[in-house]
Every structure is written in structure tokens, then in C-alpha cells.
Design a protein around this ligand. Sequence first.
Ligand code: ADP
Ligand code: MG
Length: 615
Amino acid sequence: MADIIKLLPDHVANQIAAGEVVQRPASVVKELMENAIDAGATSIKLIIKDGGKTLIQVVDDGVGMSETDARLSFERHATSKISSAQDLFNLETKGFRGEALASIAAIAHVDMQTRTSSQELGTHIKIEGSKIVSQDVVAVPQGTSIAVKNLFFNIPARRNFLKSNQVELRHITDEFHRVAMVHPDIEFHFYNNGSEIFNLPSTKHRQRIVHIFGSKMEHRLVPVNEETEVVKISGFICKPEFAKKSRGEQFFFANNRYIKSPYLHHAVVAAFEGLIKSDTYPGYFLFLEVDPSSIDINIHPTKTEVKFDDENTLYAILRSTIKHSLGQFNVAPVLDFDHDPNLDTPYAYKEKGAVIPKVTVDATFNPFQETPVKKSGGNGFRKQNAKGWEDLYEGLGNQSDHSGFSSVIIESESEEQGTLYSGGEVEEHLASTFQLRRKYVVSTVKSGMLVIHQNRAHERILFEKFLGEITVKEGISQQLLFPLELTFNKQELAVLREIKESLTNIGFAFQGLEEETVKVTGVPMMVPESGIGMVLDRLISDYMEGYEDGSISQAEMLAKALSRNLAVRTGDVLDQESQLALVNNLFACKEPSLSPFQKITYTIISEGDIDKKFN
Ligand code: ADP
Ligand code: MG
């Protein structure tokens, strides 16, 4: 048989490598910005057009390249940063593979201008799909400017795979933040479609974070500092009360590189235990410095996972350092590190405590009553304190013989709601309802007992309501007597502008979406005035998290986020009227059985199942 193995031509090899290095415009941004930092730049400009699809340009004032270096820089494995394998264990630079420029040049039109301090004139090189199309001398300032145009022009499949400009811009912005955050001494400018979206002067870490995330960060940050033999930790955590429902403001950097580490994240969360609700995440910006030989960053170029030699020790140090900071700055109730956090009252419970006085009670339900209670009477239980009530409910599950379920009678009493359940299994007459453990709304139906998960059911109801309103623009707005001023950072503002129309459709009204301070002049009927800021904050972060998933529409994403944030929660007390409304509205939904997040909203425990319990 004839020989069949051939060496791939360079441009093909480069294209293959590019598949690994360049996944989307944000990867190019990362590589170019890192090169600029490695070149010792003091000022870096990032210029983006159309989410990076048309243009990504990085201009720096670093050391620049000689004519030969400028040409060589586009060769694969061409790097000035390491010369032996040993160097890999002592990396001071961000790049070292010599792959990035070669890869980028293989899949885009690249235009580079560069000059070193010792040259009078610089070099201008144009490359398209790995081929040099021109090279001239040019008068330019010292430093390097690399413009990457028409990314993936020669790989249509990859180009088509890119998300919308807004989504790509957000990935770029994330990357920009990560790089800018570790180099506060470097000045950064970021232009998108001709307008400057970030202007970050040279400063210190704290101010850099504030410049990126907005002035409201200023009073949220608590410093963290610790130096041990294994690791030096510095940076900031956000005060527990600003923990968010969604991830976003969590950053680890190891030796000045952004890293992801679920394990270390856990260490931070563990330090916050008892101070934040279990479904919220604390914000943090933590810079770890470890011996370069104790960390393996020689991993895939686009991956951010790292391997530390002694993760367990790192975990313990991190956790106690953060506890210490929380204690020192009086944000934790105790300074005692060995203290058992389980003994603390979690915030969640403290808040719930405040709800207790509002307890309303279904007067028609009394598990110990021999005979059915009339709706008008029997309110003796109102005198009980809430704890007493909980005790009563607690026993309910295993109480095997009480006649409290006066189901037959109550069921037959309520004829007027006969039309509620249409079709399917639930074709029944609605009886009275009661709330079980502030979590379920229970009612009877012909085939047995209907148990509704109050939170999920309400999510379904609100989801369908908002989805309708967003599309048909019929939300009712409640005008605020005194417009509310809220502060947002640039990214949040960008999202607000993006979703403004939908928000207006459901009843929000805004003024001044250009500035950090936004005036809210109207809100949907459902949103309490005191909760506007929180609802918008969560909406924005939910929306940002959802952007990854290109498969659902903006309307659906918003309706989901709104329903999640406005629905009654487990633990909320519902009065009789609300319970009934919940049942009615749920079964008026198009898809009553699932929450917008595909969780079951109700179940029916059949009479047969109940009968079995009595056998
Ligand atoms: P790496 O960064 O891994 O060395 P790159 O392909 O990113 O590989 O860059 C190749 C080489 O080009 C670098 O090692 C560096 O010498 C040079 N280079 C790239 N960008 C710049 C820049 N902005 N300023 C000066 N030199 C640069
Ligand atoms: Mg590089």
C-alpha cells in the first residue's frame, strides 16, 4: 500500500488550533489584552464593533515589536515568553504558548501596527487567513495595535454559531472585567460601536472594582487580607446583606489570572454560613498568590480551571480568613472561629419571625373539631400564637384518626365554584382551602385531596400573566407619587435598556436610562414600592444569567425572571381569599401542572390512597 500520511500545511494546522483557542470574540479579546499586559503596557484600549464580529481591536503602549518579531509573532509556537520547559514552572507572563496570534490570524483579517522605542518607524502587517497580504513601514506611536476583523470569515459554520451581538458583547465585557480587575494600575478604555463604555483610570484594587461595578459597591466591600506560607490572600468580600440570588460578582484570581474553582467558592460560602440565606451567593473579589510551582495552569488555553497542590489547606485558610474579615468588620455576630454556625439564627429565620404577627387562619379548618365549622364562626384559633398553630399542623401528617377533615360536607357546600376546573382529571367542585406548613394550599376535589405547591403554582400563574402582558402590552402601571431613584452600574444599565420595552409593557416606567441613577416613575400593580429595587436587581441578574441560553425569547426569559421573583414563597402566609385565588388562577392557566421551571405544581392524593392508610 502506498504511503498515505501527510503533514498538514501550516494554515490548516493553524485553523485547527484556532478552534481550541478562539471560541468566540471574547477569546480574542482575552488573548490580545493579555499580550498587551505582557508587553508592559500602562494604557490599553479595547475597541469593539458589532459584538466583536466586525472588529476587535486592542491598542497598547507596551514595548512593541521589531519588524522581524512582528512577522514571527504570527507563527505557531512563536513566543518571546519561555524558552525552555523549565520556564513553565515559573511563569510571570500570561501567555507562553505562542499560539494565540497564529490562531487568530488563521480565521480572521488581522491588521497589526507596532513600533519599539528604538525604532523610528513601525511595522504594518496585514494577514488574512494566515496569508500575509501586505507589509509596510508606518509612523505610529510606540506600542502595538492589533485589529481583528471579520472573525471566522473562512469558517461560516463557526460564524453562524455566534450569538447575538448583545450576547457576544456581554461575554467580551466579562472578559474585560476579569483582566481589568487584576491590573488596577493599568489604565483601560473600552469602546463599543463608537461610544466609550468603560474608562478606568489607573488606581488601586478597591477603586477599580467600584469603577467597574458602580458606586453602590463602595460601601459594600469588606477588605480581606491574610499572608501564610502557603498563600497570600487579598481582596474584598461583599457584606452579607448584599448577597444575591444569582451568581455574578464572584471572582477568584490566582497569581493574577482569573480562575474558576467550585471548591474554593464553597470555602467562601461556608464562611458566610448563617449570615446569608441558603439560596443566595455572597459577592467576592479575591486575589490569591501562591508559589507558581504549586499551581498547574498549563491547561487548556480557554479553560479557567486550575489545579492547586494543596487544595485542602487552601480551603481551610480561605474559610477562616473570610470569617475573620467578617468578624473584624463587625458584619458577623461572633469572632469565635470554632463556634458552631448551626447555633446561629440564620437570617432567613430572623426575617420569617417578622411575618408571624400577620398570621391569618382559616377559621373553617380545625383538625380537632368534631363537626364542620361554619365559615362565619369558630375563630377561636386566632387567639393562638403562631407557634401553637405550627404544632397543630405538624401533627397533622401522622394523625390517623380525627374527623377534622369534614371534607364531604365542605365539598358539597361550595357550588358556586363548580366551573373552575375544566377538563382533565381535575373536573371537580372546589371546596374550602387551607394552608399546610405555609408551603402548600390544600383543597378537596372529587377524587381526593388536592395539594398545591404555593410557590410553584404562583410562579406558573405570574409567568403566564406576564408573558401575555409583554406580548400584548396591556400591563397596568401604578404611578409612583415620588419617583424612586435607583443606582445601576453600566452593565446593569445596558440590560435595562435592552429589556426596557418589555418592562414598559408590563407596567414599569423609567426616566433617564443613560445615567447611573435611574428614576422609576411607575411599576406594575403587583410590585410593592419597597421591593422595586430588589425586583429590578434580581430581574437584571436573572436576565444576565439566562443570556447563555439562546433558545428562549426575551419575553419568556423576563416572564420567568419576574415570576420567580414576585411569586409567593414557601413560608408566606396566605389568607383565605388568596388561597382560593391561587387555586382558581392556577387552573385557569394553559399549563397548570408545571411551574415555568418545569417543576410539578400540584398533586392529587386520591381517595383510594387515603383509604389505604386506614387499612
Ligand atoms: P504568547 O503570548 O503565548 O507568547 P502570542 O501568539 O499571543 O503568544 O504572541 C506571540 C508573541 O508576539 C509574544 O510572545 C510576543 O513576543 C509578541 N506579541 C504579541 N502581542 C504583543 C504586543 N501587544 N506587544 C508586544 N509584543 C507582542
Ligand atoms: Mg499571548
